[in-house]
Design a protein around this ligand. Structure first.
Ligand code: FE2
Length: 166
């Protein structure tokens, strides 16, 4: 007996073969946080002052460049897995868990300490997202998360060591 032929899924449903909804929510929050962290890192890069100006100014520029480099990869993973992603600054503001810092003056030490904690929080969020992505059998995003986590851990390490005896 010839088995009934199952219909060929169209490309949109093929992309949504896995249940990635919970993982997508986590990734969209991470994307909002990465954009918030990018702007805060640039903010502190621009407003840095004090005896270690050159070192800290350059460190934060390097970190901001690295943070921004993952934005497109995260957004496109969300689209490839059949989900939607961020659409506006307002969308970022509604989702972000990393808080803005609009203070007129922040000392160099406080800037580094705040970014250290923000990057540690991002590491925790990336590790939690990895569990959801693995449950959804989304191997490619899982592999990318390892690299994004390593980068965030490196930034947190630099900021931790730079603030340790301050
Ligand atoms: Fe700059």
């Amino acid at each position: 007996m010839i088995p009934a032929r199952t219909p060929t899924p169209d490309s949109a449903s093929a992309l949504a073969l896995w249940n990635t909804t919970a993982a997508a929510d986590a990734l969209n929050t991470i994307l909002a946080d990465i954009l918030a962290l990018y702007l805060k890192t640039k903010n502190f890069h621009w407003h840095m002052a004090g005896p270690h100006f050159r070192d800290y100014h350059l460190l934060l520029d390097d970190q901001a460049t690295e943070i921004f480099s993952v934005v497109d990869d995260i957004a496109e993973r969300l689209r490839k897995t059949g989900n939607t992603t961020l659409r506006s600054i307002g969308d970022i503001a509604r989702r972000q868990t990393i808080r803005d810092n609009d203070a007129e003056f922040v000392s160099a030490g406080d800037m580094l300490a705040e970014l250290r904690e923000d990057n540690f929080a991002l590491v925790r969020a990336l590790r939690e997202a990895k569990v959801l992505v693995d449950e959804a059998k989304d191997n490619a995003t899982s592999g990318l998360l390892d690299g994004w986590t390593d980068q965030a851990e490196r930034r947190a390490w630099f900021l931790f060591e730079a603030t340790r005896f301050a």
